[in-house]
Structures are given as C-alpha cells and as structure tokens.
Design a protein around this ligand. Sequence first.
Ligand SMILES: [Zn+2]
Ligand SMILES: [Zn+2]
Length: 259
Amino acid sequence: MIVDLHNHTTLCNHATGSMREYINRAIEKNIDIFGFSDHAPMNYDTKYRMSFDDMQSYEESIKELADEYKDKIEIVSGYEVDWIDGYIDDRVINANVDYLIGSVHFLDGWGFDNPEFIGKYKEIDIDELWNRYFKTITKMVKSNMFDIVGHIDLIKVFKFLPTKDIYQFVEETLDTIAKSNMAIELNSAGYRKPIGEAYPSKEILQMAYDRNIPITIGSDAHSIEQVGMYQDKIYQFAKSTGYKKIVSYKSRVPIEYPI
Ligand SMILES: [Zn+2]
Ligand SMILES: [Zn+2]
C-alpha cells in the first residue's frame, strides 16, 4: 500500500502545479492514498500559507476531486499546521478534514528552515537550538490537537548538527509521542535538501520503532515532479527499520495498512 499524505497546493503561495496535475502524477506513481495537506491559514507570516477565506474552496475542491477520481485513487484531505504559541486557530483545528499534521518551522519568530534566514545559524548555540526545537515539538504533541508530527527533525535541514548525542534531544519527545495517539511521518523532502536524508534520521526512526510509534509517509511536494519523488527509497527505509504497517486517516481516525 502506497500512501502519500503530505502535499501542498498553490494556495500557500510557494508551490506550483494544479491539484489535478498532482493527482495525475500520484496515479502515475501508483500511489493508493494521496493526501493534500497545504499550509493552514494562520495570522502569522501570512504570505507563506493560504488565507482563512480559502479554506472552504480548498476543502470542497478536494472532496470533488476525491469523488471524480475515486475509481483510480483515494484522495484524503488535511492541513499542515504551524505550531506557534498564541496563533493556533479553532477554525483549522476543528476543520472537517481527514487529518492534521503539526509542524514546527519557526522558533521565536525565526523561520529556521528558510534559506533566506540561514545567516542566523552563525549567531546561535546549536545544541541549545536543537534542545529548544524538540522541546517545542513535545509541547505541540502534548496539545493533542494533531494526528501526525511533520518532519520531526527538520532542524537538521541545513546540516547544522548538534555536538552532543541526538538521544538526549529526542528521547522525551519520542516518549511523549508514544503516549499520544499521534504518528510521525517519514518525509522524503529531506533527500532534496542539504542534509540529503529523510526526516527522520535512521537513528530517530529506530527509536520511534522501538517505542511502537506509528508512521505515515509524505513527499512534502511543492511541485508536480516532487509527488512521489524518492518513494521507493523511503518505503525501503521504513521496511529496513522493521516497519510493516503505515497509517492513513479518514475523518481524524487512523487506519493501518500493510506496506
Ligand atoms: Zn511549504
Ligand atoms: Zn513543513
């Protein structure tokens, strides 16, 4: 079963290609369940995400396409929601979609995965940053608002790695996820980034597996050709770690499938 739940649309202002083109590409890639999870609206850095006014047409378009393509592919709906204290909006959290991905892209107002602001890495203590990043993920998990942890070690994107063992940064986060109902995603976008590996790393995925944390899979596509890119590689990665199942969602309920 091939599932790909993390895909964007042009509504976020930094992706290209129509929803229909993404779906056609997904069919070509033999994806069984394809999910749109565009950057949810938020009154924060608004140029990087859809607006609240777009939500209805986004959700309706997905429903219409799901119906139109139902004989060829299952299409599900979601949002990727930024976890930023004080900005979480009930309209998104209670949206009528299949799943919500919770992601951290900002720490104290710094978009740390944005190449535009890469200069700031020179000014910071990298271990303190990694610590703060995973503490923020833990807080997001404890909010109980989301179904999937998005790209759990995104902080490695530019290859600014900690000087200490990764274990001490992620142990508490993974223990918290294990106690929640959340899954983590294996996100293949990392292969396209300077770090050159999936999110999460082999080490973190192994720790997740040891804690029975469910996984799902996403391309994090922002263009047509990124849909299903590195699909074989990421499924191989999941299997080689020992995973035999992945989850998808229907109306916020996880459903397991064999891989
Ligand atoms: Zn994006
Ligand atoms: Zn993201």
